[in-house]
Design a protein around this ligand. Structure first.
Ligand code: MN
Length: 415
């Protein structure tokens, strides 16, 4: 069943047809403080909180809070049952009387944070991105570090500053050492960048001391969203050795509001690119969790990059197995992101430092201006689509953010 019921008026090639069915938290304009869980269908939203009260009362408690928190924690049995039920309601005409009053235009609702982000981890899984950054920063050295092809590198980020798409991003202030300077300075970041990434949302928790092997990925990960890992390169460059990113990235991370379940990506699953290095046992996977997802990055509405997720070296199942290999526990609501998605060609790069080659080859925009780094007022939109059944495409929505000027630094704070 791949077609929504005719009365819903969803075009067969709509990116949010019956094959997608992502979840979000929303409030209706006339009930601004009352959040519900919604399912996207075409240009509309189904009030799942009320629909479950009526049609699936045994699961209604999972949606009564208006967020996905309880649903995520309920595990893969609940995820599959609810998706199957919603598919039935939206495809069989007999459910029209029960749900017609629960459907409203998506443009009329306010979206909220879909779940409480527990822990946030960011990986570094694109070989093309890592090699390009290596060439930029270490032109005379090996592009990849000796460990890179043996483990999915990552760092723990800041869950409390993961914000919803549409939230304005204040240009951060921080410490950096300008080229040629003897001493560092504190001030507004001059090299603000975006990173187009895929985020993985953990549903079912795991127990401390028990690794989650690659083959149990789909029991723990509920679905995906789009992530923009905003990065202040001048701050990052000065602070990162030897412990990695800190305040150059933790000021804000944008996530898209609609969480697409893994079940919707069945047709996007592919074998990841061949990995020539022998993989350590706990990272060897039999199932293919490469994902054929096409990204698009727009700057002020103009497409500047089209990164292909299919080229990512490490799969999300391997990321999860590595993150928990020590026995570190997962919490429901954990979010881990892939790292910048970059393909082999320049225009497939998922961040400005690659697109403009560290400022040496600025990106030209249609208005004649150029960008080496983001300007105040710039708006970055990350969107993506994936193959679905029967030739349809599935939309992952968008992660959008606009840059606000830095707060002026008080003179006494400068040194
Ligand atoms: Mn990143």
């Amino acid at each position: 069943m791949t077609q929504a019921a005719a009365w819903l008026g969803v075009a067969p090639d709509h990116l949010l047809g019956l094959a997608a069915l992502p979840y979000a938290s929303y409030s209706a304009a006339h009930h601004a403080e009352e959040f519900r869980v919604g399912v996207a269908i075409g240009d509309s939203v189904l009030d799942l909180t009320t629909a479950c009260d009526r049609l699936l009362p045994g699961r209604a408690h999972l949606f009564s809070s208006g967020t996905l928190d309880q649903f995520l924690a309920a595990g893969d049995g609940a995820w599959a049952q609810v998706r199957a039920e919603v598919t039935r309601w939206l495809s069989a005409d007999e459910y029209r009387p029960a749900i017609e009053d629960l459907i409203q235009p998506a443009a009329a609702v306010q979206l909220g944070m879909p779940f409480v982000v527990a822990d946030y981890v960011d990986f570094y899984a694109s070989e093309h991105h890592v090699a390009n950054v290596g060439r930029i920063f270490r032109p005379d050295g090996e592009p990849l570090t000796p460990n890179w092809k043996h483990l999915p590198i990552g760092y723990h980020g800041r869950a409390g500053t993961v914000v919803l798409s549409g939230t304005e991003i204040r240009r951060p202030c921080g410490q950096s050492r300008p080229p040629g300077a003897d001493l560092p300075v504190f001030g507004a970041a001059r090299q603000l960048d975006f990173e187009a990434e895929l985020g993985f949302v953990v549903g079912a928790h795991s127990h401390l001391g028990e690794p989650v092997p690659v083959e149990r990925f789909a029991e723990h990960v509920f679905g995906v969203c789009l992530v923009n890992d905003w990065s202040a390169r001048d701050i990052q460059r000065w602070e990162s050795a030897p412990l990695g990113p800190f305040v150059g990235k933790s000021f804000a991370t944008t996530m898209s509001p609609w969480i697409l379940p893994l079940a919707a990506l069945e047709h996007a699953r592919i074998r990841p690119p061949s990995r020539e290095a022998k993989q350590v046992g706990y990272l060897v996977e039999m199932a293919d969790w490469g994902l054929d997802i096409d990204f698009e990055v727009r700057l002020n509405g103009h497409v500047i990059a089209q990164p292909p997720y299919a080229t990512m070296y490490w799969s999300p199942a391997q990321m999860l197995a590595h993150m928990t290999g020590t026995g570190a526990a997962l919490r429901s609501g954990d979010l881990f992101a892939s790292g910048t998605v970059s393909g082999p060609a320049r225009e497939q790069s998922g961040c400005l430092i690659e697109l403009a080659w560290n400022g040496k080859e600025p990106v030209l925009l249609p208005d004649g201006s150029t960008r080496s780094w983001l300007h105040d007022g710039d708006e970055v939109t990350i969107s993506a689509t994936a193959p679905g059944p029967d030739g349809v495409r599935i939309g992952l929505g968008a992660a959008i953010g606009c840059i606000l000027p830095a707060v002026p630094t008080p003179p006494e704070a400068r040194y």
